[in-house]
Design a binder for this molecule. Structure first.
Ligand code: PLP
Length: 318
């Protein structure tokens, strides 16, 4: 009989013997130390990767990622053992790091850690979360790790669609220009608001959220990019509105262009969503999910086209 993983022991203290048997590898952890460039010739990037037991406590209680949510992250999809969209994720990570004025990162070491965490996992279809925090208070050295785990199962939603509500994001669409210190458009660890919005959606009988700016423009989901289809053109909101450049959205635009559709980045008013020929939520974790009902109104859903795009998204290797 397969052994179930040992429960995470929050109260484990240094010196307390760990379990003799290795836990089932339902998650793998690679620490990157340091995640900043080393002086030339000091160490090969792989020398600073340490594979550790994710069921043991690893994070210092004064780490600013924990105490302030001060850090950034990326979630990479892994399908059939291939890590998807590696370069787009790393470039977005670097943009986020610069917005937060974190030290320059060593993207080669980070890439190797992500690939190693994925390779060590016993399953081929996982997610790898890459976390970079500002580090332990006072040390000024980022803490970084890559963690591979089995993500949620989105197959029901991907095939049958989901109900979504729009929620006010509480700021106008030009927030990134007027107030850059709010870090909108960086993928920071501060996702408490995003999670609260999802709980509000569940209270309203929906499964996901589309944020709308105070001046009535469509932004993004709490963990996804919004895509709509108008006639033969796929449209996504422009990213100069304090939202993330989605790696899945970019891949999807390549796919639909190869199928003969047009693509467009523009400002989208909330009122336009009632007239669309298709609406989707896309991200590395869920790939693509059709929105079949928005704020209580049913929307058109092209099942065949959605499944074609889903298959192409899942089979991409870059
Ligand atoms: N927007 C937000 C706020 C997100 O958190 C995410 C993913 O987590 C996305 C968009 C989609 O990005 P990607 O397709 O690169 O996963």
């Amino acid at each position: 009989m397969p052994r179930s993983p040992a429960p995470f022991n929050r109260h484990a203290l240094p010196g307390v013997p760990s379990e003799k048997e290795r836990p089932v590898t339902d998650a793998t952890l690679v620490i990157i130390d340091p995640a900043t460039p080393l002086p030339a010739g000091t160490a090969a990037p792989e020398d600073r990767l340490r594979v550790l037991d994710p069921q043991q406590p690893q994070i210092n209680v004064t780490d600013l990622g924990v105490t302030r949510g001060d850090g950034i992250f990326e979630t990479f999809g892994v399908v059939g053992g291939d890590v998807q969209a590696v370069q787009p994720h790393l470039q977005r990570l670097q943009r986020s790091a610069r917005m937060l004025e974190l030290p320059e990162l060593d993207l080669d070491a980070i890439e190797q850690a992500v690939r190693l965490a994925a390779r060590l996992h016993e399953r081929d279809d996982v997610l790898v979360k890459l976390i970079i925090t500002r580090g332990i208070e006072g040390l000024e050295q980022p803490t970084a790790w890559a963690y591979a785990f089995v993500g949620d199962d989105y197959s029901h939603r991907q095939h049958h669609g989901m109900k979504v509500v729009t929620l006010d994001r509480g700021y106008p669409r030009d927030i990134a220009k007027t107030s850059p210190w709010l870090l909108q458009g960086a993928k920071t660890l501060s996702y408490a608001v995003n999670k609260a919005a999802l709980r509000e959606a569940h209270r309203r009988g929906a499964e996901d959220v589309i944020f709308v700016s105070t001046d009535g423009y469509v932004l993004e989901g709490p963990t996804s990019t919004v895509i709509m289809k108008v006639g033969d053109v796929f449209v996504t909101p422009r990213t100069d509105q304090g939202i993330l450049e989605g790696t899945t959205q970019a891949a999807l635009f390549g796919i639909v262009a190869s199928l003969g559709f047009g693509t467009d980045y523009r400002y989208v008013r909330r009122s336009e969503l009632d007239q669309v020929d298709g609406l989707w939520s896309v991200s590395s974790g869920q790939q693509i999910t059709p929105v079949i009902n928005l704020d209580g109104t049913d929307l058109p859903y092209d099942r065949e086209l959605t499944q074609t795009i889903l298959k192409r998204l899942q089979s991409r290797t870059s």
